[in-house]
Design a protein around this ligand. Sequence first.
Ligand code: FES
Length: 138
Amino acid sequence: MKDVNRKFWQRILGIPATGLPADPDCWTYAGGKINVDLSRAPELAAPGGGLRLEGNGLPVRVLVVRGADGTFHAVKNRCTHLGHRRLDPCPSGDGLQCCSVNKSAFDLSGKRVSGPARKPVAAYPVTEKDGRLIVEIA
Ligand code: FES
């Protein structure tokens, strides 16, 4: 798993590499489901890409990631270590890394791989259909 390229001060402040969507209307949330229009989410066009979703009535922060094999994954975007910082997809597309100095890492299913976090992060089912992703967080 490759480290996410962050400067030390960015890690001190907990600033993730993954920004909010360039098109804020690329996703909606209703009835416990997030609906992402992939044609409006270039962040997920390539393996290793990530889409950071928060606000809009969403009860939890969610990170959607495109894995190295092209499949999509979604996790609760909250590291389980005590700082509860946000996560980023690793550039290699095979895992997630906390944006903090301590760099806890998880696989794409949310299982802890390394770092001070001891618990997994919650993962949500993702289905892809007709150019859209449905993430079930309920
Ligand atoms: S908050 Fe993630 S490693 Fe500390």
